[in-house]
Design a protein around this ligand. Structure first.
Ligand SMILES: CC(C)(COP(=O)(O)OP(=O)(O)OC[C@H]1O[C@@H](n2cnc3c(N)ncnc32)[C@H](O)[C@@H]1OP(=O)(O)O)[C@@H](O)C(=O)NCCC(=O)NCCS
Length: 137
């Protein structure tokens, strides 16, 4: 009888995944993921954080937050730039993220040159979301 149960990272089909990667992305292609987290600090106080994941060629931003009274000073921009600089050393060429379709922070991403590449309706908490992306300079 086939049973489905919880698995850990150790319970992986490494050989199959390696062959699949070579078939889909070319010989030698190796799927690597790295979690990142950066912070902006002034006088020992955390003013902002960014986190997410690097996947081959692509940086995903899962969370970006600047503390309310430190907004508008360029910290959000600096956190994204730091993340992209780090990602570039791994070979990233693109950054992406999702944000609420009706959220005011969309102007921030658009100011930074992010473009909408997809619309997700009825998503987190049944709200509409947009996917933004930009090329890394
Ligand atoms: C969105 C957020 C990260 C922006 O961080 P920030 O440090 O205030 O942004 P910056 O100061 O780096 O702004 C960069 C540019 O975007 C503009 N900008 C920032 N927020 C903006 C907004 N809400 N509306 C319009 N423009 C905005 C700035 O004026 C600045 O423009 P400039 O380069 O012409 O001066 C911050 O407002 C925040 O943490 N918001 C709450 C959490 C959130 O929405 N996180 C993102 C979830 S997807």
């Amino acid at each position: 009888m086939i049973k489905i149960s919880k698995a850990t990272r150790k319970d992986d089909l490494n050989k199959e995944w390696k062959e699949f990667s070579h078939l889909k992305y070319g010989q030698g292609a190796n799927w690597i993921e790295k979690i990142y987290r950066f912070k902006a600090v002034e006088d020992g106080k955390i003013l902002g954080t960014i986190e997410g994941k690097y996947e081959p060629g692509v940086i995903y931003i899962s969370a970006l937050m600047v503390t309310e009274n430190a907004r508008g000073k360029g910290i959000g921009r600096m956190l994204i730039e730091k993340t992209e600089k780090w990602g570039k050393t791994l070979g990233a060429h693109r950054t992406w993220l999702s944000t609420g379709a009706n959220w005011s922070n969309r102007s921030f991403y658009e100011k930074l040159g992010f473009k909408v590449i997809a619309n997700f309706s009825d998503f987190y908490f049944h709200k509409d979301f947009v996917i933004y992306s930009r090329l890394i300079k």
